[in-house]
Ligand binder design. Structure first.
Ligand code: NAD
Ligand code: ZN
Length: 375
């Protein structure tokens, strides 16, 4: 957390010829209660022509609900409801792309994702794959996308992942869970309407909100930390304090968690996540445990790495009376544990951020197994 030291280190690196990341940010963003109703006006100027529709990929939790009726459909625009019960898959992206290409003679004017991290990630991936050849699995990795995506808009309905601001879309592929990280992934437009998060269940609010909290802890305690990440991470952490430990109104809480998510995403954009995310990826890959809850399941056992962060996490759990599930790993075979361990250990940048270049000296297969066995 010593910024001066970091800046000095960066200068030294720079003199040695290091190139800093030049990453894209969301160019346009609206924030405010009920700002969703500006969507129609925003899309109007982006319509190619009447045969090029907007496709709205919408979490099916909103099917038959008032929000679906507020979607500004004109011409041949289409809503596709998608379940967020499972994390997004490359095959699901390919199927959506085929469906859209078969249904219309023209490329759509754009894709609008409405939902949590699952729908936001699916929308980003579909927008990319409408203009790039082959299947989504071929683009899991870093900077493999060749052509710009079509115009895409993200509208979060639950706060925490930072998917609304990131340059990645995390997908479960045939042999790995990995993002399509590219300059073309980032949304062209985001609408942050805190009122859309009003009906999220308490448990889901907590799990997805903790994703943001854990982003902050992992970024602020990582070796990749720099003044850019620190400034966003500290603000996000302060907002998480207010939301999860403070005494504020529901309206304030929704506003602040939405901005915490944004800042948390910005913080990791220029640093990296850490131990909880590496282990949570293993749980997600083998058991399909979703990101937010997976992070919580792991994080409770990480006092060795993040002592202050875990103490605060336990206070938040107690305050909101959250009962984390137990026994998730109790019936797993050796081969299952080995799969999770190898997925987790494979996340090299996350370990290096958490523990420095000699992370292998601390992180052994046995240590990871002992953490998984507690879950
Ligand atoms: P989610 O999208 O998986 O949704 C969780 C649950 O909340 C679902 O049941 C959904 O239907 C429900 N829900 C969403 N909005 C609601 C609302 N307003 N009212 C009632 N229910 C609502 O949740 P998430 O935690 O936001 O996203 C997790 C996904 O995000 C994972 O797939 C993870 O990999 C991804 N992720 C991506 C990034 C990134 O930078 N791209 C970062 C972190 C996580
Ligand atoms: Zn996360």
């Amino acid at each position: 957390m010593d910024v001066k030291k970091d800046i000095k280190a960066e200068k030294q690196l720079s003199a040695k010829g290091t190139t800093y990341r030049n990453f894209p940010m969301v160019p346009r963003v609206v924030f405010g209660a009920d700002s969703f109703d500006q969507l129609g006006a925003i899309l109007l100027s982006k319509r190619a022509h009447s045969d090029a529709p907007f496709i709205f990929l919408v979490d099916d939790v909103f099917e038959g609900k008032a929000l679906a009726d507020r979607i500004p459909l004109i011409f041949s625009d289409q809503i596709i409801f998608v379940s967020a019960n499972e994390e997004p898959k490359t095959t699901q992206v390919d199927a959506l792309v085929n469906k859209i290409l078969e249904s219309f003679s023209e490329l759509p004017s754009g894709i609008v994702g409405i939902g949590g991290g699952t729908l936001l990630d699916l929308s980003k991936a579909v927008a990319i794959m409408l203009t790039n050849k082959g299947g989504a699995a071929e683009y899991q990795g870093w900077d493999l996308v060749q052509k710009p995506a079509i115009y895409h808009v993200g509208i979060p309905t639950i706060s925490g992942t930072g998917a609304e601001v990131s340059r990645t879309t995390v997908l479960l592929g045939p042999d790995k869970k990995l993002g399509i990280n590219s300059d073309f992934t980032t949304f062209d437009q985001v609408i942050l309407d805190p009122n859309l998060t009003q009906d999220v269940s308490k448990e889901q609010w907590f799990y997805t909100g903790m994703d943001c909290y854990i982003h902050c802890i992992e970024s602020l305690n990582g070796t990749y930390l720099n003044a850019f990440s620190q400034s966003y991470g500290e603000k996000a952490l302060e907002l998480c304090h207010d939301v999860f430990l403070g005494d504020i109104s529901p309206e304030d809480s929704r506003d602040k968690l939405m901005m915490a998510s944004w800042h948390g995403g910005m913080s990791i954009a220029y640093s990296q996540v850490g131990v909880a995310h590496a282990l949570s990826y293993g749980l997600g890959y083998l058991l399909g445990v979703k990101h937010g809850i997976g992070n919580c399941l792991v994080f409770q056992h990480l006092s060795e790495f993040y002592p202050e962060g875990v103490t605060l996490f336990n206070k938040m759990i107690a305050k909101h009376d959250i009962k984390l599930p137990t026994g998730i790993c109790s019936n797993l075979s050796d081969s299952d544990f080995n799969t999770m361990i190898s997925v987790a250990i494979g996340m090299h940048p996350l370990w290096e951020n958490a523990l420095g270049p000699n992370w292998r000296a601390t992180i052994t297969e046995e240590k990871l197994r002992s953490i998984y066995e507690k879950i």
